[in-house]
Design a protein around this ligand. Structure first.
Ligand SMILES: Cc1cc2nc3c(=O)[nH]c(=O)nc-3n(C[C@H](O)[C@H](O)[C@H](O)COP(=O)(O)O)c2cc1C
Length: 331
């Protein structure tokens, strides 16, 4: 299937694996790259040893598809330690793309551009676009609040349905060569087809590929998610406080709305002020694999997910369904 995005990155389908921290490891990135998608390793909080290990694994598993392997990082965390990014930039294998989310990409843009690596910037509001264009982003990811994991809180966030076409219009006016991906709530061919109709050049898939054979997500967490529907997720800062993650405002986190979440979601300020007992409860839940207390990171798309097959099967399924809906896209 050809779109501007698949053509620019040498893909056979306009799908990118989201760089999901602790889920998008080398095996999942390699499986996506081999299946013709862009495989972005979840560099997340910038753990150098993790990135070194998973990058080596991805290259060893997909030598023929190495040109479709990249990595993503949480930008505000790079401000504290960019060693994993620097290490990647020094490798003989140049990543196909580097993605930065949640913060100002400009301090890293020159280093990435010097290596000729395309920069992908994930944003949640139209107001964030100028900084990304200043940073020379080749691709903008429009992340709606439906998304699993971190994103912008409900007060400031947008939904995919209106954010994508508004950003498509803004890019058409200001920077027509910059590509656009939709993220948040896409889990099947309907979502990819709709994203293309809304003006995106492709999609970035998180939750759907989180539940795949190659994902690093625990099998028990995936099983818990597959029992859930989209109504069973919620966005808040509860799990960031419980996990001792110092996320800056205005970002928060979508996950399954389990018992521990429900207990605290109406009084996050109280949780912040005295988190110790709740953190102990959360830690015990993690140790026991009890997902009524431990978090399960998925978005609203979980209601469209009923299995966890190999990533290649998911990518083929979504691509075929999109082509049935939009036959004119057949390459
Ligand atoms: C388990 C999980 C972990 C995530 N971790 C990251 C991350 O480390 N960095 C990042 O930029 N986005 C992360 N995201 C968000 C994705 O980049 C993407 O915006 C989101 O998954 C798209 O929505 P979807 O989950 O409905 O597909 C994560 C999402 C999930 C589900």
């Amino acid at each position: 299937m050809n779109t501007r995005f698949s053509t620019a990155f040498g893909l056979t389908t306009p799908i990118a694996l989201a760089p999901m921290a602790l889920a998008s490891g080398g095996a999942l990135a390699a499986a996506c790259a081999k299946a013709g998608a862009l495989g972005l390793l979840g560099g997340g909080y910038g753990d150098l040893a993790w990135v070194q290990r998973e990058h080596a694994l991805a290259l060893s598993l997909s030598p023929d598809a190495a040109a479709r392997l990249g990595c993503g990082f949480i930008t505000w965390k790079l401000d504290e330690d960019a060693s994993a990014l620097d290490w990647l930039l020094d490798q003989p294998h140049s990543p196909a793309a580097l993605m930065l989310s949640f913060g100002d990409p400009r301090p890293y843009a020159a280093r990435i551009a010097q290596r000729g690596i395309p920069l992908i910037c994930q944003i949640q509001q139209v107001a964030q676009l100028p900084l990304c264009l200043e940073a020379g982003a080749a691709v903008i990811v429009a992340q709606g609040g439906e998304a699993g994991g971190h994103g912008m809180n409900a007060l400031n966030g947008r939904s995919t349905m209106s954010l994508v076409p508004e950003l498509a219009d803004a890019l058409a006016a200001k920077s027509p060569h910059t590509l656009l991906l939709a993220a948040g709530g896409v889990a099947d061919g309907r979502g990819l087809a709709a994203s293309l109709l809304l003006g995106a050049d492709g999609v970035l898939l998180g939750s759907r590929l989180w539940a795949s054979a190659e994902s690093l997500a625990s099998t028990a967490a995936v099983q818990a998610a597959l029992q859930a529907g989209g109504d069973d997720t919620a966005r808040s800062a509860v799990f960031d406080v419980l996990r001792r993650k110092n996320w800056p405002a205005p970002y928060d986190f979508r996950a399954l709305r389990n018992s521990l979440h429900r207990q605290w979601e109406g009084r996050v300020d109280q949780l912040r002020a005295a988190p110790d007992a709740a953190r102990a409860d959360y830690d015990a839940g993690v140790a026991a694999g009890d997902f009524n207390r431990a978090h399960v990171t998925v978005g609203e798309a979980v209601g469209l997910m009923h299995d966890a097959p190999p990533a290649a099967e998911l990518i083929a399924r979504i691509t075929q369904e999109t082509l049935r809906l939009l036959p004119a896209l057949r390459a």
